[in-house]
Design a protein around this ligand. Structure first.
Ligand code: BES
Ligand code: MN
Ligand code: ZN
Length: 497
C-alpha cells in the first residue's frame, strides 16, 4: 500500500474517511462535506447514535453528492485524551474496512486534529503508520485466491492534512519501523521448509544493502569457538546451524555498542523429547526472537539511527534423528560450563547460552537484551498481553517497561534469585537445562543468567506475544512483529545521538 500526504480536499474516489473527536459537532471540512451530502452525515450520526467514541466507525455507502464510493466517520474519543495510539488504531481500523470493502484507494482527512503533545502533522503521520501496519498481508502461498483478491486490493492511502510536508517528514522514520515489523512478520510467518537456517542467513545478508555488516558463522567455525551448547541442538537436523552477526555502526566511532540477541529455532519438534502433535505447526514461529532482532536491525539501519548496535542470532533446527542429542547428554558450552540436557525440548536456552557468551566476549556491549519464544509457562503466567521481562538491572528494566507502555508492546518484570537458580543444579554437570514445572519461565531465565557476566542484561520471553497473539486494529498477522517498536523506542529514547 502506497502512502501519500496531501492538502485537504473532498473530491475523492474510493473510500473517504474523516476523523472526528468525541462529542464535537461537525466542523470545518466535515461540515462542508455534510452540506455537500445534503445533511446525510448529521442524519446518519443521529440515527446510529454515533458520537465519536474511540474505535467507533460510521459508514455511509454510496451517498449522493460525492465521487467517493463510501464516506466513513471515525471516532477518536475525547480530544483531551488524543494519543498517537488512538490515531494509529483509527488508521488501522479504517484500512481494515477499506480492504474488506475491496476499495483500491482510501483517503483519510484530519482537520483540526491535534493535541498539546501531538501537533497536527504528527497526528497525520501516526494515522498513516497505523494504516500501514494494518495493510500487511502474508498471502504468497495462496495461489487460488490471488486474482480475485488483487481486484480488491487497497493500493493507495492518502492522508489529507493542513501540514502535508511536515507530516511526510514525520512519517519517514515510522515507515522504516513498519518495514522492520513487516520483515519480522514475514520471517515468523514463513514455513520451516522454506525458512531453514540457510535461508534465514540469506535474508539477514540482504540487510547489507542498508549498510549493515552481516557475518554468518557455520558449524565448523562454531565448533572452533567451542559452542557445544548451541551445536548440540542442531545435531539431528539436515540443515547446518548458523550464528549470524549483524552490525550497524551509526553512532560515534569507538563508543560501546548495545546488543540484541535472538533465539532462532526455525522449527522446534522438541527433538528426542518430542512434542505432542497438537499445534506443533506453530513451532515454525520459534525463531520469533531472531526475527525481531533482524527486523530491528533493518529499522535502525534504514532510518540511519545514530547508535552502534549489534544483533546476534543463533539459528538452528531442533529435530529428532539418529544423530540428535539425547536426554542425559552432557554438552560443554563456549563459557566452559557443562550442561546436562535433561529435556531436548528446552533447546532455546541452549542456543542462547553460547550466543550470549559470544556477544559479550566479542563486543563488550553496554547491555545485552535477548528475545526468545522460550517457554510455554510464560503464557500461563502472563497470557498474551505482556511479554516476560527478566533482568539483573533496574535501570534497563525501567527503560523497557516505559518504552513498552509508549509503543503498546508491554513487558512485565518477573522475579529472579538464588532459590530459583538452585533448581537447575545437576547431579552430573554444572547445571541442567530444566528446573521442573514450577516457575518454568524463571528457571529458564536463571539458566540464561549463568552465561551473562557483570553487565546489564534483560531477557524477554516472547512466546505469548511473537505469534498467534490477539488480532488488533494494527495487526492481523499470525507473526505479530512484536518487539521491533519496543526496542526501536528504547534505542531512540536512551541510546542515540
Ligand atoms: N519453543 C518452546 C516454547 C514455546 C511453546 C513457544 C509454545 C511458543 C509456544 C520451547 O522450546 C519449549 O519447548 N519449552 C518447553 C520447556 C520445557 C521442556 C522445560 C516448554 O515450554 O514446555
Ligand atoms: Mn522446545
Ligand atoms: Zn523452542
Amino acid at each position: 500500500m502506497n502512502v501519500t500526504f496531501a492538502d485537504i480536499s473532498l473530491s475523492k474516489q474510493g473510500a473517504l474517511a474523516i476523523l472526528v473527536t468525541e462529542g464535537s459537532t461537525l466542523r470545518g471540512v466535515a461540515a462542508e462535506l455534510d452540506s455537500k451530502l445534503g445533511g446525510a452525515l448529521k442524519r446518519a450520526m443521529k440515527a446510529a447514535s454515533f458520537t465519536g467514541k474511540a474505535g467507533s466507525v460510521l459508514e455511509i455507502v454510496g451517498p449522493q453528492g460525492t465521487s467517493a464510493n463510501r464516506v466513513l466517520l471515525a471516532g477518536l474519543g475525547k480530544s483531551g485524551d488524543l494519543t498517537a495510539a488512538n490515531l494509529e488504531k483509527a488508521g488501522g481500523e479504517l484500512t481494515g474496512r477499506a480492504v474488506k470493502a475491496k476499495e483500491a484507494s482510501l483517503s483519510i482527512v484530519l482537520d483540526g486534529i491535534s493535541a498539546p503533545k501531538l501537533p497536527a502533522a504528527d497526528a497525520a503521520a501516526h494515522v498513516a503508520f497505523g494504516a500501514k501496519l494494518r495493510s500487511y498481508s502474508f498471502d504468497k502461498y495462496k495461489t487460488k485466491k490471488k486474482d480475485e483478491d488483487k481486484k480488491g486490493k487497497l493500493t493507495s492511502l492518502a492522508v489529507l492534512t493542513r501540514a502535508p510536508a511536515t507530516a511526510r517528514k514525520q512519517y519517514l522514520p515510522l515507515s522504516k519501523v513498519a518495514e522492520g515489523i513487516f520483515l519480522t512478520r514475514d520471517l515468523v510467518n514463513e514455513p520451516a521448509n522454506i525458512l531453514h537456517p540457510g535461508e534465514f542467513a540469506k535474508r539477514a545478508k540482504a540487510l547489507t544493502k542498508l549498510g549493515v555488516k552481516v557475518e554468518v558463522l557455520g558449524e565448523a567455525q562454531m565448533k572452533k569457538l567451542g559452542m557445544g551448547s548451541l551445536l548440540g541442538v542442531g545435531h539431528g537436523s539436515e540443515h547446518e546451524s548458523k550464528l549470524i552477526v549483524m552490525r550497524w555502526m551509526g553512532g560515534k566511532s569507538g563508543e560501546k555498542p548495545v546488543a540484541f540477541v535472538g533465539k532462532g529455532v526455525c522449527f522446534d519438534t522438541g527433538g528426542i523429547s518430542l512434542k505432542p502433535a497438537a499445534s506443533m505447526e506453530d513451532m515454525k514461529g520459534d525463531m520469533g526472537g531472531a526475527a525481531c532482532v533482524t527486523g530491528l536491525m533493518h529499522t535502525l539501519a534504514a532510518r540511519k539511527a545514530k547508535a552502534n548496535v549489534i544483533g546476534v542470532i543463533g539459528v538452528v533446527e531442533n529435530m529428532p534423528d539418529g544423530k540428535a542429542q539425547r536426554p542425559g547428554d552432557i554438552v560443554t558450552s563456549m563459557s566452559g560450563q557443562t550442561i546436562e540436557v535433561i529435556n531436548t525440548d528446552a533447546e532455546g536456552r541452549l542456543v542462547l547460552a553460547d550466543a550470549l557468551w559470544y556477544t559479550q566476549g566479542r563486543f563488550k556491549p553496554k547491555f545485552m537484551i535477548d528475545l526468545a519464544t522460550l517457554t510455554g509457562a510464560i503464557m500461563v503466567a502472563l497470557g498474551k498481553e505482556y511479554a516476560g521481562l527478566f533482568s539483573n538491572d533496574d535501570k534497563l528494566s525501567k527503560q523497557l517497561i516505559e518504552a513498552g507502555e509508549v509503543e503498546g508492546e508491554k513487558v512485565w518484570r518477573m522475579p529472579m534469585g538464588d532459590a530459583y537458580d538452585k533448581m537447575i543444579e545437576s547431579r552430573f554437570a554444572d547445571m541442567k537445562n530444566v528446573g521442573g514445572r514450577d516457575g518454568g519461565s524463571i528457571t529458564a531465565a536463571q539458566f540464561l543468567q549463568r552465561f551473562v557476566n557483570k553487565l546489564p542484561w534483560a531477557h524477554l520471553d516472547i512466546a505469548g506475544t511473537a505469534m498467534a497473539s490477539p488480532q488488533t486494529a494494527t495487526n492481523q498477522s499470525w507473526g505479530s512483529g512484536w518487539g521491533v517498536r519496543l526496542l526501536n523506542r528504547l534505542v531512540t529514547d536512551h541510546y542515540e545521538g
